[in-house]
Write a protein of this length. Structure first.
Length: 290
């Protein structure tokens, strides 16, 4: 399982985060995006080293980059421009890699942070790259296009569900189940709206397939997440962590996050004439009257 988890985390560090930052179209994030390999490459190397000083130092290098990224969130919130649903989703995306990096640094040092065993810390790292960063970012993008109740629900419930899952780590299994239910509802809404985007008129075949694949994968992966959370809370039979990493984790990483980011990249670069219809000349968080 550790090899699979490490590969998934590397995908999040080296591909998903920088690609997602590019999709925000925020100029203020250009510098951190250009510098990101200086933080992400050491973090990726740390995954494969034995626990100890060198691995911890490299993981802390990655943590530094994620903290610098997270600091953009309060700055934007203080301006009062990121208080809508899409903006809240973006702020969540900026902060969650720091949660993942903190867990990584603790796990690489062999420290049971807040009493969590090292296996849970290791799985927290991919969770907050994909259920945190990627899911919140895509929910915000979908909200910008589908500006209605469903889009706003998706952009708010995904960050809320992520926060509740994190709180559940400290409160207990039932609290984590509540978070899983909220997060699943938000992700399935993202999947529904993404499915509709895939069937929109004028969509090229590759982009359509990427959108439809990412939407379809969410049905299965989030059902697995629900079954695991229900089993943990009630004691009912549920998938093992190894099985969850191989199904839920891999499916969300490749089927949802990567396919979604590729699709949105194509929407932005292959159909420039339709940019206004997709997200406008504005950024992810700018209002319609900006």
């Amino acid at each position: 399982m550790s090899v699979l988890v490490n590969v998934i985390v590397m995908l999040g560090m080296l591909v998903v985060v920088p690609a997602g930052l590019r999709l925000t179209e925020l100029r203020e994030l250009d510098r951190i995006r250009r510098l990101w390999p200086l933080f992400a490459v050491p973090g990726a190397i740390a995954l494969w080293l034995p626990r100890g000083g060198p691995a911890t130092a490299l993981a802390c290098c990655y943590a530094l980059g994620t903290v610098l990224l997270a600091l953009y969130a309060p700055r934007r919130a203080a301006r009062g421009r990121d208080l809508g649903p899409a903006g809240i989703a973006l702020l969540t995306a900026l902060v969650t890699p720091a949660v993942a990096a903190t867990a990584l640094a603790a796990e690489r040092s062999g420290h049971q942070l807040f009493g969590f065993d090292l296996g849970i810390l290791a799985l927290t790292v991919p969770h907050f790259h994909f259920a945190g960063f990627a899911a919140a970012l895509i929910a915000g993008l979908v909200c910008r296009v589908s500006d209605g109740p469903a889009g706003r629900f998706a952009a708010l419930s995904v960050p809320l569900g992520t926060l509740l899952v994190l709180a559940g780590y400290f409160i207990g299994d039932w609290a984590e189940l509540v978070g899983a239910v909220v997060l699943t509802a938000g992700m399935w809404t993202v999947g529904l709206l993404t499915w509709r985007l895939g069937h929109a008129a004028g969509r090229d075949r590759t982009t359509r397939y990427l959108l439809l694949a990412s939407a379809a994968v969410l049905v299965a992966t989030m059902l697995l997440a629900l079954s695991w959370a229900v089993g943990e809370a009630t004691g009912l039979p549920h998938p093992s962590l190894t099985w969850m990493a191989a199904t839920h984790g891999l499916g969300n990483a490749l089927g949802f996050a990567l396919c979604s980011l590729l699709a949105w990249r194509r929407l932005r670069t292959r159909t420039p004439a339709r940019t206004e219809a997709l997200a406008g000349p504005r950024t992810l968080t700018e209002g319609r009257t900006a």
